[in-house]
Design a protein around this ligand. Structure first.
Ligand code: 1GP
Length: 245
């Protein structure tokens, strides 16, 4: 069994930045996955996240199985729903949407998933998930029927993240939403990071090497990128080239 959380914290302590690609099982085509994974394997990507806001039942399992055939990278579920839980992944971000006040996404989905998780080998990583206003309405906002936290006052975002940590969450995830117009700002990342002991994930709307660097420099330990790679399969090669130059 891969010890995914401990390897994330070990990297964080060493200052090694991590990069996850997000694969949405609803958009991924099984027959193209081997080629896609080959590209990912040659890139700077350290983790493969699998999940989406709306995914057909069983799609996640099929996609995870196919990914696993082609890579040794850790596969982490980032589920939008209980139906996306599959024992074939390595770990699951057990997300509680702490920016919202919809009990369904704070605790109810978690209760519903216990029967599946109890019998699985998945490493369960409790994660405080914080949706932040990004300039457009994203799928998370729509599906969860919660409002994102406004970008101001930042103190409210910082305190939400800290409350998550004090509740025992092992990761905090600042989310602008997939396809967000604006990623989470550097100031927000910086101020949240200053308050936290646990590793910080940042995602949503990151489409350039510069935005990725900015997120890391502000304090993100792990950055998640989905849309930029969905739209351009050479995205990770391009940013790797930019790093080497
Ligand atoms: C969404 O943070 C992830 O949950 C990734 O967002 O698709 O905008 O890269 P993008």
């Amino acid at each position: 069994m891969k010890d995914i959380y401990n390897s994330i914290t070990a990297s964080t302590l060493k200052g090694k930045k991590l990069l996850a690609v997000l694969i949405d099982p609803d958009k991924a085509k099984l027959e193209s996955l081997s080629g896609i994974i080959q590209k990912i394997d040659l890139s700077l990507v350290t983790h493969i996240f699998v999940g989406g806001s709306i995914v057909k039942e069983k799609a996640t399992d099929l996609v995870v199985k196919e990914i696993k055939k082609h890579t040794k990278l850790p596969i982490v579920l980032f589920p939008g729903d209980v139906t996306q839980i599959t024992n074939n992944a390595d770990a699951i971000l057990f997300l509680s949407l702490i920016s919202g006040r919809n009990a369904e996404y704070l605790i109810e989905k978690h209760v519903q998933s216990v029967a599946k998780l109890k019998d699985s080998n998945l490493e369960v990583i409790p994660t405080g998930y914080i949706l932040i206003e990004s300039g457009n309405i994203t799928a998370v906002e729509h599906v969860s029927r919660t409002k994102p936290l406004p970008r101001e006052p930042i103190q409210k975002i910082v305190e939400t993240a800290k409350a998550g940590e004090l509740l025992g969450m092992k990761l905090i995830y600042l989310e602008a939403g997939s396809g967000a117009k604006e990623p989470v700002s550097e100031t927000i990342i910086k101020l949240v990071k200053q308050e936290l002991q646990v590793p910080l994930i940042v995602g949503g709307g990151i489409r350039t090497r510069k935005q990725l660097e900015n997120a890391y420099q502000s304090g993100a330990d792990l950055v998640v990128i989905g849309t930029a790679f969905e739209e351009n399969e050479s995205f990770f090669e391009e940013i790797k080239r930019e790093t080497i130059q």
